[in-house]
Unconditional design. Structure first.
Lengths: 177, 164, 663
């Protein structure tokens, strides 16, 4: 007889516990990649003039881990992460490929000239279709792809020091490059 | 929560780049196909907006996705195939209408279960309150007091006495 | 000076609230009249203190004092005075201060109008109000202080967002908060009853006016928000089942259920435990809504800048208030003994059905709103729950409810005859069939759901009118006699009929506009004409015009239906501080339909993207909501509910006798 009156408070306790967890651990705006553990989609793109060679799916499956960085000259947050990418390139830890998303070739070339080029290869996704095939919905985004062309992880937003140390490096070490 | 602020920077950037206005779409010539395109677009979430469909949103990505929807329809795909194309790239999240999968079973059955639970509780309550119960269960008021009270309460309510 | 004064009175209010929240409770427990009476004085002082703080903040906005951080962030010297004032609550800190002010206002109102309440009950109710106030004031003072100074003060403010400079959006929060916070009074009454250990019909009668007031304000607040979305967002949508909208809709559903179950407690002294629970739940849903929009756990177009630190505080507040009250319920409710008996087919039975459907509806909306969080927390997967889910689950609950709404008022208490009621309603059924039939024959496109919706509208409208005419025995006795009966009918009876008719009108608006909306979306060149909804729309051209703080592309459209000429001037505005674009749709509202025209970008070849809509009967959605509010206001003006009215002294003695008989 007594127990059913405690049902409301127990229901609330469950909801409150979930809300507490959600507050600290969940981010509703971040959508995990659907393509994790799936092969990278097929594509073939021309390089940004002066920043070749060109980029295609085959380049992602050459036996070692690669980073595919989605960027654009009109993207403010990309400015934030770019120095980190340049530094990563200097370390020679991993090949970084640039997917130039919905940009103008000369604007992109000028941007890279001014800020440094961390990319071993670039591809111009003028219409953004390749980006959509990758499930890109914002810029910048970075894909970690293993030697077989399988997507291991997707980093949404600019790569920060924190992400670099705690997420990217361990992943690269595990995958072995 | 730097990540949060960065995400918002990201999204607001995307929004800033998109015209906050009606954009010119390449509508299909065939009205039937165009209607299908709009119907599908209304059920696809705009990923860079908050809680809008790609049909309603003016964001760049929404425009691109609308174009893709139209292209796939013209290519002869069914509604389900078009949606599957997008889900393969963006996950179930991209559908505004949650699919009936194992993970949403509770969501879709929930209302029915809640109603059932409530109905059963209401049933037992009403049964307990119906006059099938013995006289002994009636509490302290005498029959006269109950009748008088009913009369007073009934008079309150409307011009004619309805309670017995 | 203003800010420091405001801060000072806010601290004063907090101290008063602490005293108000504790001393009267002790007084009630020990039967100490002085301590109990103190509650009324404390409520007055708290109200004055928070009013002082509120007006200090408002003074800061009115004088554009940008040394106050809140003013600098959310106001601007160029803003029209009206929006400087309404900007006070257009931000997180200010809106919380508004919340606290309305809380104190209601507390003071209970003290003022509750002269007829027994001392112990009044003391406990005001104490609970005080405790809630303590929570809010602590939250404001420690995490969301509106009086923080900015040094050096900027030359001008940051807050010129054109979207917020709008009458609909400016007045929507106050009404909404009046509703949310009004529910705190019923909550306090419920907790007081649990502490007291009894619920009697007198309690329900005291609670009813506060529930009516809160419900009425909530109705207006939601309607205003919906209407704003309709005319501002540019495609005529008015409800999106967005988490923040749901956050206001759930308390409304609970408040509606509460209104009806409280009647059963009042008339028949039963359904008490459920009503107490409902009063707790209604306010809890208000608080939950506050949490959802300010903590960042959900994405929404409306969300204030989210801050997890604030989210933690609100969540803790929720746990204390909701968890505490539900725990109290779990402990004390079993001791409450129920009263009246009734047959399943009776007014009580109908009201139980009403509550079952409304409560399930509220729970369903809650499930849909929180499900993405649940799934993410347990499986890490993301899913989105949008309008299709809510429509699919909400409609099956609303339809039986509307059907029952015509039956319920006909049913007598204790035991009713369903067959008799049905025969009285046969005109309503006939009306429903006739309306559906006529529309089916007349319209080329008549989806079944739409016909059914119109049938429901007619059923409810005619059914409500039939019940009312039945009560005054219209055409069965002389007109003078009917008139006399009508005058003598208590206002709450009229209020019920009016409110139910309001619902019918809303159903009409929704059904007609959803089913028979016609539109043209496409590029138009100057001189083009399209036919939409029986009107010919000619696009005459577009040109750039300059507004006070914006540049606009203004289109000129001429709509004719053969009888009238209507000029429509939609605009696309570009503001530069802050840089943003808005669409100002050109809307021509009529009782039969709205004409809705939007102009968009140029296509570079001389044409423009346009959207032209013909939305039948859509204004009835908001008119109907207003009629519902009128019904509530009518009921509220019922003399019997005005506490302190001497006429009902004898009637008050009966509930007293009843409660004494129960001991």
């Amino acid at each position: 007889m007594q127990l059913r009156f405690l049902l409301p408070v127990t229901t609330f306790a469950v909801i409150a516990a979930i809300m507490w967890y959600a507050l600290f651990n969940l981010n509703p705006a971040e959508i995990p990649s659907e393509l994790v553990s799936k092969p990278a989609p097929e594509f073939s793109l021309e390089a940004i003039p002066g920043f070749g060679p060109a980029l295609s799916t085959a380049d992602l499956a050459k036996g070692k881990v690669t980073l595919l960085n989605v960027f654009a000259s009109w993207c403010v947050a990309c400015i934030v992460e770019h120095p980190l990418l340049v530094r990563l390139k200097q370390e020679n830890l991993v090949d970084i490929y640039g997917l130039n998303y919905k940009d103008k070739p000369d604007a992109a070339a000028k941007w890279l000239t001014g800020r440094g080029n961390p990319y071993s290869r670039t591809g111009m996704d003028l219409k953004g279709r390749v980006g959509i095939d990758f499930g890109v919905y914002g810029v910048p985004e970075t894909f970690v792809i293993d030697g077989d062309g399988k997507i291991l992880d997707k980093i949404i937003g600019p790569i920060t020091e924190d992400i670099l140390e705690n997420r990217l490096r361990p992943l690269l070490l595990r995958a072995g490059s | 929560m730097r990540l949060t602020s960065i995400i918002f920077l990201l999204c607001s950037l995307f929004l800033a780049m998109s015209a906050q206005a009606l954009v010119v779409d390449e509508t299909l010539d065939d009205p039937v196909l165009e209607a299908r395109a709009q119907e599908i677009s209304a059920s696809i979430r705009c990923l860079v907006c908050q809680n809008e469909s790609i049909l309603d949103s003016d964001a760049d990505l929404a425009k691109d996705l609308r174009k893709i929807v139209r292209e796939h329809i013209v290519a002869g795909e069914s509604n389900d195939q078009v949606k599957a194309f997008l889900v393969a790239r963006y996950g179930d999240w991209v559908l505004l209408n949650p699919p009936f999968k194992l993970k949403t079973v509770l969501l879709w059955l929930g209302p029915a279960l809640i109603f059932l639970f409530g109905a059963i509780a209401a049933f037992f309550f009403v049964r307990g309150r119906s006059e099938g119960r013995t006289v002994l269960d009636i509490e302290h008021l005498t029959m006269e007091e109950q009748a008088a009270l009913d009369q007073l309460l009934a008079d309150d309510e409307d011009g004619s006495a309805r309670a017995k | 000076m203003i800010a420091e004064t405001g801060q000072f009175v806010l601290i004063l209010a907090l101290i008063t609230a602490i005293l108000q929240g504790t001393l009267p409770l002790i007084g009630a427990a020990r039967n100490n009249v002085a301590l109990m009476r103190f509650s009324g004085n404390a409520a007055l002082v708290q109200f004055l203190a928070i009013s002082g703080a509120f007006f200090c903040l408002m003074a800061g906005y009115v004088t554009s004092d940008f040394s106050i951080l809140n003013v600098a962030s959310n106001s601007h010297s160029l803003k029209p005075m009206l929006y400087k004032v309404t900007g006070v609550w257009g931000n997180h800190e200010g809106s919380l201060l508004l919340w606290g002010w309305i809380l104190a206002l209601f507390g003071y109102s209970v003290a003022l109008f509750g002269r007829n309440l027994p001392d112990s009950l009044k003391a406990r109710v005001l104490a609970i109000q005080g405790l809630i106030g303590v929570g809010f004031l602590t939250f404001v003072l420690f995490t969301s202080n509106p009086f923080v100074r900015l040094d050096p003060a900027p030359l001008d403010g940051n807050g010129l967002n054109p979207l917020l400079q709008d009458p609909g959006l400016a007045f929507h929060p106050p009404f909404l908060y009046l509703g949310y916070v009004g529910l705190s009074v019923t909550f306090s009454f419920a907790i007081a009853a649990l502490i007291e250990g009894r619920v009697d019909p007198a309690w329900a009668r005291w609670v009813r006016p506060w529930t009516l007031a809160a419900w009425g304000f909530l109705t207006i607040g939601i309607a205003l928000g919906s209407w704003w979305a309709y005319y501002e967002l540019g495609w005529g949508g008015w409800w999106f089942w967005d988490p923040v909208e749901n956050a206001s809709f759930m308390p409304w559903l609970a408040a509606t259920a509460l209104l009806h179950s409280a009647i059963v407690v009042e008339k028949r002294d039963t359904l008490k435990n459920w009503t107490i629970l409902l009063a707790i739940i209604a306010f809890s849903l208000s608080l939950l809504g506050t949490f959802l929009v300010r903590s960042g756990v959900l994405t929404s177009v409306h969300a204030f800048a989210s801050d997890p630190a604030r989210g933690v505080f609100i969540l803790m507040f929720l746990i204390v208030v909701i968890g505490g009250s539900l725990l109290l319920y779990g402990i004390r409710a079993p001791a409450m003994k129920g009263g009246g008996l009734f047959a399943p087919i009776s007014r009580e039975g109908a009201l139980v059905l009403n509550n079952l459907l409304l409560a399930t509806a509220a729970a369903t909306v809650l499930l849909g709103t929180l499900y993405p969080i649940f799934l993410d927390a347990f499986t890490g997967e993301k899913v989105s729950v949008g309008p299709p889910y809510f429509v699919a689950t909400f409609l099956p609950l609303v339809i039986p409810l509307v059907i029952a709404m015509a039956f319920g008022p006909f049913l007598p208490w204790k035991r009713g005859d369903l067959g008799g009621v049905l025969s009285r309603l046969k005109f309503a059924l006939a009306a429903a069939l006739v309306v559906a039939g006529v529309v089916w024959w007349w319209q080329t496109r008549a989806p079944v759901m739409a016909l059914f919706g119109l049938g429901l509208f007619a059923w409810l409208l005619v059914g409500s009118l039939l019940e009312w005419t039945d009560r005054i025995k219209l055409f069965r006795v002389s007109l003078a006699n009917s008139w006399k009966r009508m005058i003598r009918l208590p206002r709450s009876a009229h209020g019920m009929t009016v409110a139910h008719i309001g619902v019918a009108l809303v159903i009409l608006g929704i059904t007609a506009s959803e089913a028979w909306q016609t539109e043209h979306l496409g590029v138009m060149n100057p001189g083009d004409t399209v036919s939409v909804g029986g009107y010919e729309f000619q696009f005459e051209g577009a040109r750039n015009v300059a507004g006070p703080n914006y540049e606009a592309l203004r289109g000129t459209f001429l709509a004719t239906d053969g009888n009238s000429r209507i000029d429509l001037y939609p605009e696309q505005r570009t503001y530069d501080t802050p840089p943003m674009k808005t669409t100002e749709a050109a809307i021509y509202p009529m009782l039969t339909a709205d004409l809705y025209v939007v102009i968009g970008d140029a296509d570079g070849k001389g044409g423009y993207a346009t959207r032209i809509y013909h939305k039948p009967f859509i204004s009835w959605i908001w008119l109907g909501a207003f009629v519902m509010f009128l019904g509530g206001a009518l009921s509220l003006s019922d003399r019997r509910l005005r506490l302190g009215a001497p006429k009902r002294q004898t009637k008050a003695a009966v509930p007293k006798a009843l409660s004494q008989a129960k001991g």
